[in-house]
Design a binder for this molecule. Sequence first.
Ligand code: ADP
Ligand code: MG
Length: 467
Amino acid sequence: VWKNCLDFIKDNIQPQAFKTWFEPIKPVKLSENALSIQVPSKFFYEWLEEHYVKLLKVALTKELGETAKLVYIIKMENTYGNREPFTEKIPSANRGNFGAQEMDVPIKSKNPELKNPFVIPGIRNIKIESQLNPNYNFENFLEGDANRLARSAGMAVANKPGGTSFNPLLVFGGVGLGKTHLAHAIGVEIKDKYPERTVLYISAEKFTQQYIESVKKNTRNDFIHFYQLIDVLIIDDVQFLSGKSGTQDVFFHIFNHLHQNGKQVILTSDKAPVDMQDIEQRLLSRFKWGLSAELQNPDYETRISILKNKLYRDGVEMPDDIIEYVAKHIKTNIRELEGAIISLIAQSSFNKKEVTLELAQQVVEKFVKNTKREVSIDYIQKVVSDYFEMDVATLQSKTRKRHIVQARQLAMFFAKKFTKASLASIGSQIGKRDHATVLHACKTVDNLAETDKQFRKYIDDLTKKFS
Ligand code: ADP
Ligand code: MG
C-alpha cells in the first residue's frame, strides 16, 4: 500500500522533495483502514502536515478508500517518547507490566485547515507514552492532615488540567512522603478523565539526561518541540535541576510555552521554592505563579490507615497490636513504614512464623536504627543553650552580643544539618528570623569551623550530642 502511495506521490512532487520528505518514512503497520508510518522527528511530522497532508490524503484514499487514516509514529532513538522500563520503586504485590501505555493522541496542527476534522479526517495522530504507574492512584493515596492540601489541589488539577490557578502545581516534602505517588495519581486521573490529552511523567534526572543527549546529537530543537506537544507535563524531583543552568534554561522555555497555551505543569521537589538553591530566579518566580503544597509527616492515625490499606491490598492479615506498634515507632516517612511491614510479612512467611510483637520489635528496631534519628529544632535550641549556659529565650533574642549570636548561628546550623526543616521554617522557629539569615548562619559556621579552633570544638562537642 505504502509503495503505491509513494509511486503516486513521486509523480506529483519534485524529485528532491520526494527524496527529502518521503524516502525516510518507514511504513510500520497497516490495520484495516489505518496506515502507521514512522517519521524521524517531530519537525519532519510537522513539515509533512503543513506541506503534504493533502497529497498524502489523496494517495491514501486511493489505496484504502474514504475512511483512510494515517498514524504518525515519531521516532526518537532511546530518548523521548520511547518505551522504557519504569524505575520507581513499586508496591511489591502489584508488580506487573505498566508504565507504557500507548495512546493515539490527536494533536493540534498549526495549519488551520487541519483543525476541521471534516477536511482531513483523522489524519493526525501521534503516540506519546505517559510513563505513568497505574498503581500510584488517588484511591490508594490515603488522605490525612499532612497531605490534605496537596491531595485536594492535585485532585482539582486532575479535574481541570490547565484550568485552575494551580499552574504549576508544585508538591514538596521530604523523602518517602508521597510526592512521586501523588504526581502519578494526578496523571493517572487525568488520563482517565481525558484520554485524549497527552500526559507525560518524567523525573528531572531523566529530563536532564535527555537534554544533554539532545545537545550532543544536535537535536535540541526536537527535544524542545517534543515537550511542547504535551498537555500535562509532570516533572518529579526538580531539585535535581539545581546548578544545571542549561537544563534550567530549556525547561524555562518549555514551561513558558506550555503555560501560555494553557497546558498543565506539575512539579515535585524535596524543598520549598524559597529553599531551593542554585535554581535560577526566573524559574523560581514561575514556580510561585501556581500553588506550592507541602506533604508533611503523616500523623499516627494516617500511618495506621496506610498500613491497613497496604495489608488489605496485599491480602495479608495482621493483628492490630502489631500494626499499632509499627505505626507508633516508624514516624519519619511512609516508605519506611511500608518497608517495615513488608519486611515483617516476608519474615513471617519465610520462617513460617506467626507475626508476634517480638518479631515486630526486632524489625522495627532495625528500621529505626537505620534511619538517622530526627531531632527537633526545640531540642537543638535547648542543647545549644545549655551548652553555652544561657536560656532559650536569650538564644532567640535580638541581641548582637557575639557569643549569643554564635550560639544562635550554631543552633541554626544544627537544625539545618539534623532536621528536614526548611530554612524558612528553621528561621521562624529560632527567634522569627527569615531564611536568608539561616543561610547566612550556616555559611558563617562553615567558615568559622575552618578558621577558628575554639569554634571547631564547639561544633564537635555539640555534634556528639545530636548523633
Ligand atoms: P517521595 O516521592 O516523596 O519520596 P513516594 O511517592 O515514593 O515518596 O512514596 C513512598 C511510598 O509511600 C510509596 O510506596 C507510596 O505509595 C507510599 N505513600 C506515600 N504517601 C501515601 C499515602 N498518602 N497513602 C498511601 N501510600 C502512600
Ligand atoms: Mg519520589
